[in-house]
Design a protein around this ligand. Structure first.
Ligand SMILES: [Zn+2]
Length: 64
């Protein structure tokens, strides 16, 4: 479930707040780790996801 206390208005729409750095995001920008929202940068740091390039990666298919 989404904890509404973690949500904020970002770019004119309701979106999550990064649990790690506090960045406001849209849902489209956010990643989730154990039901927490994090930004992509923090997601990479926390999960060790590939950081080489994002030109051919698809975050949606990673870390299933
Ligand atoms: Zn973050």
């Amino acid at each position: 479930m989404v904890d509404k206390s973690r949500l904020a208005i970002s770019k004119g729409q309701l979106g999550p707040v990064c649990d790690s750095c506090g960045t406001l995001m849209t849902f489209g920008e956010s990643c989730t780790i154990d039901e927490r929202y994090v930004c992509w940068d923090c997601y990479v740091k926390l999960t060790g996801a590939d950081t080489s390039t994002d030109s051919d990666s698809n975050p949606g298919l990673r870390m299933s």
